[in-house]
Design a protein around this ligand. Structure first.
Ligand code: PGA
Length: 251
C-alpha cells in the first residue's frame, strides 16, 4: 500500500511571520492526520523558523531546490546538507519553473538528485511536458527522457527515498488541470518506466504525485485513479483552509 503524500510548494511567497502563521494553522488543521504524509516547502530564509514552529508536528519540511555540491566557493547556493540542517527531510528537484527560468537541465537535475540522496534527504522529483510538447505528441518521450536522465546512477536501494511528481507545465498556475484520465495515463506510463529503470517491485512502491492547479474540488477525482498517490500543490497550498481541504478530500 502506498501512503498518500500531499506537498505544498509555497514558491516565492511568505516572509517569516506569515510563513509561521500558515504552518501553525496547518498543524492545527492537519495534526491528527496519520494516514497521509504532509510536506510543506517554504522559502529557504524561513525554513529554520518554520521548523521551530512545527516542532513536534507530523508535517515535514522540504527545500524548493538545492545545489549539488555540499560546500565550497559557490556564491548564493544552498547545499542538501544545509537543508537538512534547517530541518528539511525533503527537497523538490527539477520543478518546471527551475527548468524554465533558471536553465536547469536533465544533467544538473541528475547531479542534484544524486547528491541530495547522498546527504540523506528524500527527493520530490518533478517532470512534465509543455503544452507544445503535448500538442506535438511528445508527452511520453519527454517524460521518459526527463525520468531516465534524472535517475541515472541512482542505486535501487535508494528508490524508496524518491517521490515522483508529474506536473504538466500547461496545468501549473493556469487553472487548467489535466483530466483524471490524462493524469492517470501519464502516471501509469511513469510507473511502467520506473519498473524498467529499477524493478517492478520497487516501482509498485514509489509514490507518484500529480501537480498542476490542484484544488479541494478536483483532488478526489485525481486520487480515485490507481496510479495517483497524492499531489504537489502550488497556489492552493498558500491558504491553510484550502490545503487542509485538499488533504482531507484526497486521502
Ligand atoms: P499550482 O502549482 O498548484 O499553482 O498549479 C503546482 C506546482 O507548481 O507545483
Amino acid at each position: 500500500m502506498r501512503i498518500p503524500v500531499f506537498a505544498g510548494n509555497w514558491k516565492l511567497n511568505k516572509k517569516s511571520a506569515e510563513a509561521c502563521e500558515l504552518a501553525r494553522k496547518l498543524d492545527q488543521l492537519l495534526g491528527d492526520v496519520t494516514d497521509a504524509e504532509i510536506i510543506i516547502a517554504p522559502s529557504f530564509t524561513v525554513l529554520s523558523k518554520v521548523c521551530e514552529t512545527l516542532s513536534g508536528s507530523r508535517i515535514f519540511l522540504a527545500g524548493q531546490n538545492c545545489f549539488w555540491m555540499e560546500e565550497g566557493a559557490f556564491t548564493g547556493e544552498i547545499s542538501p546538507g544545509m537543508l537538512a540542517d534547517s530541518g528539511c527531510n525533503y527537497v523538490i528537484i527539477g520543478h518546471s519553473e527551475r527548468r524554465q527560468y533558471f536553465s536547469e537541465t536533465d544533467e544538473t537535475i541528475n547531479l542534484k538528485v544524486i547528491n541530495a540522496l547522498k546527504s540523506g534527504l528524500k527527493v520530490i522529483l518533478c517532470i512534465g511536458e509543455t503544452l507544445q510538447e503535448r500538442e506535438s505528441n511528445e508527452t511520453f518521450p519527454v517524460l521518459e527522457r526527463q525520468t531516465r536522465n534524472a535517475l541515472q546512477g541512482i542505486p535501487t536501494e535508494d528508490t524508496q527515498r524518491i517521490i515522483m511528481a508529474y506536473e504538466p507545465v500547461w496545468a501549473i498556475g493556469t487553472g487548467k488541470t489535466a483530466t483524471d484520465e490524462q493524469a492517470q495515463e501519464a502516471h501509469s506510463f511513469i510507473r511502467k518506466l520506473l519498473s524498467e529503470i529499477f524493478t517492478a517491485r520497487e516501482s509498485d512502491k514509489i509514490r507518484i504525485l500529480y501537480g498542476g492547479s490542484v484544488k479541494p474540488e478536483n483532488i478526489m477525482g485525481l486520487m480515485s485513479q490507481s496510479d495517483i498517490d497524492g499531489a504537489l500543490v502550488g497556489g492552493a497550498s498558500l491558504s491553510a483552509d484550502s490545503f487542509a481541504a485538499i488533504v482531507r478530500n484526497g486521502k
